[in-house]
Write a protein that binds this ligand. Structure first.
Ligand code: SF4
Length: 479
């Protein structure tokens, strides 16, 4: 899920237009004398509400007129031509999300510790973020204007939290009146206008499982291929979410759900040619059952929702372990060494030195991950050690920050990492890059990455393990 920066409420009084935040040197934007803080309010006479409007109204256009409000209040009309596909070299402010009006039983906001970073308390429900980043919306409070916008601007696919097609159950889960919870007409309208949908069910034992889940999956599958896929992910209760109406997901519940959904998956594969309904990885892991094969997941339509992540990891790691492919081709962009060269001021020079130093050594260090994923990572890292003589050690870090059922790597906090610092071995420690906010070097509890680094007894790096090992292998022969 995309997590946005939190904007103080006062700045959410939106003025028309979209604000430029960066202009690439020597770009067309610079040639047009556009500057950060300029606000583009119209494109070819049409009003611009946000970045998406700007993108929509400039797409494919070679003759353009921008109406621009400069920071000093002056308004300019800038008329220009560009070559087909020529990039303007402009970066824009983030979209300020619309917020939901639901009271979902399982809302993640209720499960946050009080001191979690502020952005985790933002209840976003925004069709623009759904299109841009795959954030789910419930469609319960979508306005007519937004509906028209999705259709007119082809904001497809949309990611929709359906949870249950049984109306009473959906209303109960969302904590709203049935009239509001009923999105059947909205979904019909989207599908009739060729807007595709990826659906999600947050599975709550005793509420939307069993026969309700079967009905939900059958109803959604009847709309395939416009409803492309459905992810079924288990409700995750932290130690802060004590709603008595919710029951924790147990291994037995997971095993039963797998058996029930497997029957439907078989039926869908026969009828539709695809699995269509995918259970979250966590369900298989909790059940102690094998993760399905690569074929089961097709093109991993719901990987960002934790569906197929383990299978994708295992398959990539298997490739890394093939003797003939000890140095797999990885795009320059994902090469860790490339990123070392491109370190920004957020990653001071001292970090790049330690990463380069680590990559040029014998790999003796500790890899930290969530408890759920640790057994998989351990198995593959041990095989890698045996093949290449490295000494990497894996620690599954308990999540004491959220507590409860939370065991995924992405929700580990700075404090959780500090709790295991006495167990580290080797010359460095590696944490998953996803634990650091994408636009700011802080962790989920608000701890600065720099502070975590200074409190750690070893140099600490935040890297994707497969990319990191690939980079190490590629430079190994040169040592
Ligand atoms: S839709 Fe439900 S889960 Fe999502 S933010 Fe709103 S209340 Fe929370």
């Amino acid at each position: 899920m995309y997590e946005f920066a939190v904007t103080p409420a006062v700045t959410q009084l939106r003025r028309p237009g979209v604000i430029i935040t960066e202009v690439t040197p020597e770009s067309l934007g610079e040639e047009l004398e556009l500057r950060p803080a300029d606000r583009i309010v119209r494109v070819n006479g049409r009003p611009v509400r946000d970045y998406l409007d700007f993108r929509f109204q400039t797409a494919g256009e070679t003759e353009l007129t921008f109406q621009v409000k400069k920071a000093n209040g002056e308004t300019l009309e800038i008329e220009f031509d560009r070559d087909e596909g020529e990039d303007l070299g402009l970066m824009f402010e983030q979209i300020v999300p619309r917020q939901c009006a639901n009271e979902c039983l399982f809302c993640f906001c209720k499960g946050n510790p009080d001191d979690a970073r502020p952005s985790l308390f933002v209840r976003d429900e925004d069709i623009r973020l759904s299109f841009l980043y795959g954030n789910y919306t419930t469609l319960s409070s979508i306005t007519e204007d937004e509906m028209k916008r999705v259709i007119e601007q082809r904001l497809s696919p949309q990611y929709v939290s359906v949870h249950a097609t049984d109306l009473k159950t959906r209303a109960y889960l969302l904590g709203v009146a049935e009239e509001r919870a009923d999105i059947s007409d909205k979904i019909r309208r989207l599908l009739d206008n060729d807007i595709e949908i990826h659906a999600q069910v947050v599975l709550c034992p005793g509420i939307n499982d069993g026969a309700i889940l079967e009905k939900t999956l059958r109803d959604l599958a009847a709309e395939y291929p416009k409803v492309i896929s459905t992810a079924i992910v288990p409700v995750a209760l932290t130690s802060y979410n004590n709603d008595e109406r919710l029951t924790r997901v147990t291994p037995e519940f997971c095993r039963r759900t797998i058996r029930e959904v497997e029957k439907l998956q078989k039926e869908f594969r026969k009828k539709l040619g695809v699995t269509f309904a995918f259970l979250g990885d966590e369900i298989y892991i909790k059940a102690g059952e094998p993760i399905p094969s690569r074929r089961h997941y097709g093109n991993y339509p719901q990987i960002e929702d934790g569906v197929g992540m383990v299978r994708s990891f295992v398959n990539k790691f298997e490739k890394l372990l093939q003797p003939s492919r000890t140095a797999p081709a990885i795009s320059k962009k994902s090469d860790v060494r490339t990123r070392v060269e491109a370190m920004t001021p957020d990653k001071p020079a001292a970090d790049s030195v330690s990463l380069e130093h680590i990559l040029s050594g014998d790999l003796y260090g500790t890899v930290l991950t969530g408890e759920m994923f640790a057994p998989f990572l351990k198995e593959y890292v041990e095989r890698f050690n045996a093949m290449h003589g490295s000494r990497l050690n894996v620690i599954g870090v308990p999540n004491t920050y959220f507590g409860g059922d939370v065991a995924v790597a992405g929700l580990l906090s700075g404090k959780d990492f500090l709790n295991v610092r006495d167990r580290l071995k080797g010359n460095f420690a590696m944490i998953p890059p996803g634990v650091i906010k994408s636009d700011e070097p802080i962790l989920i509890d608000g701890m600065k990455f720099a502070d975590l680094r200074s409190a750690f007894p070893l140099p600490i790096i935040a890297e994707d393990i497969i990319e990191f090992l690939g980079s190490w292998l590629r430079q190994k022969p040169a040592k």
